[in-house]
Write a protein that binds this ligand. Structure first.
Ligand SMILES: NC(=O)c1ccc[n+]([C@@H]2O[C@H](COP(=O)([O-])OP(=O)(O)OC[C@H]3O[C@@H](n4cnc5c(N)ncnc54)[C@H](O)[C@@H]3O)[C@@H](O)[C@H]2O)c1
Length: 307
């Protein structure tokens, strides 16, 4: 199958590219390199440097004729979405629509969409949240992801375009960008290795569902050819707090760093954890990497990167 991976030079997208190639698929990457990196794109894979909002995306689809699209390109910073909802909507709603509209126009059979679990469900009524949990996004980022899920439903119902929306939990692993706001694991690894002070927001008891990027990428492979047309949670159903992440990394690298707490972030979600049984039932997906092992792999990657 020929697959266009948007955001394929980024953290998750590049792991998806690797696995697609491993399975014998042909891959083309479309990425504006705003947070992604050319080096993440494997040798021999065509990288088209373009913004998903660009009208020329039409020409890319016409020339490449992909069978499937794995749409991972996005503005991923929740805080940017809060400060500039119009920018966020331009990228995450209008840009995604440009990808969907062209998928329809150029006969793409299947669209995969990188959606979100935590930012979609908001403060949860129950733990872990399954896909039927009420949708109550508390940021423009979450609203945009939800909007695109609704558009996918429309494109499927009205135009027959097949889709899957993968609602990722907190993804961590090698190649995550440590310089943004997203990705506490990457940020901690980077700062611990550099011997810089690491600040935990508030009491550090806010929990998240940390899922390893290799497990996440496997979901793209498993959902590629299944006729799903729904949303699937991709997480672990296990909650860990930020203190546990800090302590595990600190211990794994023998850093002996002090645990510093700063002021709590206003409006930060306290608990987030999602149920993955539906993904298991429909495509046989399950998380395989234990947090401790995944954190060690990630730390080793950052140590190597720092030389
Ligand atoms: N990392 C997580 O925990 C997480 C959780 C839920 C959902 N997601 C979603 O998964 C996807 C990938 O996220 P990631 O963590 O790998 O982030 P990332 O920033 O590493 O990857 C995003 C990629 O998209 C590219 N990009 C951004 N805006 C673009 C635009 N307008 N046009 C073309 N390319 C553009 C970037 O250059 C980058 O390569 C995103 O859609 C994100 O919302 C991530």
């Amino acid at each position: 199958m020929k697959i266009l991976v948007t955001g394929g030079a980024g953290f998750i997208g590049s792991h998806v590219v690797d696995l697609f190639l491993e399975k014998g698929h042909e891959v083309v990457v479309l990425d504006n390199l705003s947070t992604g990196n050319k080096e993440n794109v494997p040798y021999g894979v065509k990288l088209i440097e373009m913004d998903i909002t660009d009208p020329k995306v039409d020409e890319v689809f016409a020339a490449e004729k992909p069978d499937a699209v794995s749409h991972h390109a996005a503005q991923i910073d929740v805080r940017i979405s809060v400060n500039d909802p119009i920018f966020d909507a331009r990228m995450n709603i209008l840009g995604s629509l440009n990808i969907l509209q062209n998928s329809l126009k150029h006969g793409v059979k299947k669209v995969q969409f990188a959606s979100t679990g935590g930012a979609l469900y908001g403060e949860q009524d129950y733990f872990p949240a399954d896909e039927n949990h009420p949708i109550r996004p508390l940021s423009p980022y979450g609203i945009a992801k939800h909007s695109i899920e609704r558009y996918l439903y429309y494109y499927h119902q009205v135009h027959g375009l097949q889709y899957v929306a993968m609602r990722y939990a907190n993804v961590y692993g090698p190649r995550q960008n440590p310089h943004g706001e997203a990705g506490v694991v990457a940020i901690f690894c980077d700062r611990l290795i550099e011997g810089k002070e690491t600040i935990i927001n508030g009491d550090g008891k806010q929990t998240r569902d940390y899922v390893f990027v290799g497990d996440v990428a496997r979901a793209s492979v498993l959902t590629l050819e299944a006729d799903l047309n729904c949303a699937l949670n991709i997480g672990t159903s296990i909650e860990n707090d930020v203190n546990a992440i800090f302590r595990t990394l600190n211990e794994a690298g023998n850093f002996g760093a002090a645990e510093n707490h700063g002021t709590a972030k206003k409006g930060e979600q306290m608990r987030s954890v999602i149920d993955w049984q539906k993904a298991k039932n429909l495509v046989g997906w399950e998380p395989k990497v234990q947090l401790k092992d995944g954190l060690k792999t990630t730390l080793d990657y950052f140590v190597k990167k720092h030389g």
